[in-house]
Design a protein around this ligand. Structure first.
Ligand SMILES: N[C@@H](CCC(=O)N[C@@H](CS)C(=O)NCC(=O)O)C(=O)O
Length: 258
């Protein structure tokens, strides 16, 4: 496989982490987002990735864009080791965390957005940084609350839950603190609380942990105090100590710059 990546990109970091956790070897091709007006915007690269973003993954003749789609493709093409929980409620929880960060947080801090705020909206750098920090804190605060809900047992399988309520009912119950949680039996990962596991959900790293670690990296660059979010900080520290996370870390990439 070939991965188009940039060390500083949190979205590319997600793809690197998924590949690393699955032990999949790949050739890295570097796309410098700042050099020469941004290599991601050149026509050659845009033929692979029409939005002009990293990452892009090539597997044989196939081209994959969007880090979440890439992670899910890798999970389906190479199921072991898994980076998704096995149980439906836990899968929905992992996807919810993924969406909070990949859909509702990172897009607001992206380079294209900050460039637009500066060049088109004439905003000065301090205002742009304040914008980015605002949305980062917004996402991290929501993440912390979601994790607390999962840890408190709401949204988890609980005692003998039936699976009839399905994913929507389980997650809805967790957010409202209700007791009618659903889910299940298979895997049992969902029943684990954060007190028992160092990960977001269950006892192995999933796409939720991948997104959490990548978001913490992006937020630290703007001096957002991750320690304000103790559960997030704890999970980040635990994951970053694991060899598979270390290999994919920005500072370990050949294109790393200080
Ligand atoms: N939703 C996309 C986001 C990709 C993305 O925004 N990548 C950023 C780096 S983190 C990028 O390439 N930015 C270049 C630009 O904005 O010009 C994904 O998850 O792959």
């Amino acid at each position: 496989m070939i991965l188009y990546t940039y060390f500083r990109s949190s979205a590319a970091y997600r793809a690197r982490l998924a590949l690393s956790l699955k032990g999949i070897a790949y050739e890295a091709r570097f796309v410098h987002l700042l050099r020469d007006g941004g290599e991601q915007l050149k026509p050659g690269y845009r033929r692979l990735n029409p939005l002009g973003r990293v990452p892009t993954l090539i597997d044989g003749e196939r081209v994959f864009t969007q880090s979440v789609a890439i992670m899910e493709y890798l999970e389906e093409a190479c199921p072991r080791p898994a980076i998704m929980p096995g149980e439906p409620v836990a899968r929905a929880q992992a996807r919810a965390i993924t969406q909070v960060l990949a859909a509702d947080t990172q897009p607001l801090q992206n380079l294209a957005v900050s460039r637009y705020l500066g060049q088109v909206m004439n905003q000065p750098k301090p205002a742009i940084d304040a914008w980015m920090r605002h949305w980062m804190n917004n996402g991290l605060a929501a993440l912390e609350e979601l994790l607390a809900g999962f840890a408190g047992g709401v949204g988890s399988a609980g005692e003998g839950g039936s699976s009839s309520g399905g994913v929507g009912s389980g997650v809805g119950s967790s957010l409202s603190g209700g007791s009618g949680v659903s889910g299940g039996s298979a895997g049992g990962a969902v029943a684990k609380s954060i007190a028992e596991t160092p990960f977001c959900i269950g006892d192995f790293p999933t796409i939720a942990d991948i997104c959490l670690v990548a978001q913490c990296f992006a937020s630290r660059r703007l001096a957002v105090p991750i320690e304000r979010y103790p559960r997030v900080a704890r999970i980040e520290a635990h994951c970053r100590a694991l060899p598979a996370f270390q290999v994919a870390a920005p500072e370990r990439q050949p294109d790393f710059e200080t």
